[in-house]
Design a binder for this molecule. Structure first.
Ligand code: ADE
Length: 238
């Protein structure tokens, strides 16, 4: 880890601690993290940075579980199992915290591009792309005007409707590593489309990530299509 990476890790840990502190006292934060309340006060207020070792523990240990809890508190599931995740996907600051924690938890390879489908996955993709210093690219259900060449993938959905997604061909190059993300994974149909697009572009898949997995059909389907890690921050019963 070079100095810049160390500083980035320390600042990420401070972000996670500040998020946790919003709903906790310092004593409660000490209990969650196992760190002394006085030290936590100095980290949260930005007077002192945690050591790299402490920062790593916060980001990978506490961060993962706490962000999962925070996400669960932000989503509403209706009687038919449909999820309203607006409070998560509309909050870029929250997603900025998710990115390093997800990257760490699933050991995703650093991608050249983060690929999603318009529209709900875009804010998460932007956060992941920013964290990795990668491009954020998204496929759409319509062809963007003035773009000449597209990579496309078509699929017949369970409903019988055929859906085609288009990605400007210039946005992915052969040999790129791509992280496929979306806000939610349920049937895995969208992920299959995105994996197809990556394949048509000659890109290598470095991982598949969603904020929320509704049941395990989608993650199992994605895992059958790639050797790369597949993960979701929280699981919701279908
Ligand atoms: N919001 C949502 N909740 C549950 N399943 C879905 N499949 C697609 N969108 C969904």
């Amino acid at each position: 880890m070079n100095r810049a990476e160390k500083a980035a890790l320390q600042l990420r840990a401070v972000d996670v601690l500040q998020m946790l502190k919003e709903t906790r006292t310092y004593d409660e934060l000490a209990e969650v993290t196992g760190l002394p309340a006085g030290d936590l006060n100095r980290y949260v207020n930005g007077h002192v940075l945690p050591s790299a070792e402490r920062a790593r523990e916060v980001v990978s240990g506490v961060g993962h579980e706490a962000l999962g809890d925070e996400l669960e508190a932000r989503i509403e599931v209706d009687d038919e199992g449909y999820v309203d995740n607006s409070a998560a996907v509309f909050d870029q600051a929250f997603l900025d915290l998710v990115a390093p924690v997800a990257a760490d938890a699933y050991e995703f390879e650093r991608p050249d591009a983060v690929l999603t489908a318009a529209t709900d996955g875009i804010t998460l993709a932007a956060a992941m792309a920013s964290y990795f210093g990668a491009r954020c690219v998204y496929a759409k259900k319509s062809k963007e005007t003035a773009v000449e060449e597209f990579v496309e993938a078509r699929q017949r959905l369970q409903s019988g409707i055929e859906l085609t997604y288009y990605l400007p061909a210039s946005s992915l190059s052969a040999g790129d590593t791509v992280l496929v993300v979306d806000d939610l994974i349920r049937s895995g149909e969208t992920q299959e489309l995105l994996l197809d697009i990556a394949d048509h572009a000659g890109a290598t898949v470095g991982g598949v990530f969603a904020l929320i997995a509704v049941g395990d059909e989608g993650t199992e389907r994605a895992a059958a299509l790639t050797d790369a890690p597949v993960g979701a921050l929280v699981d919701v019963e279908p």
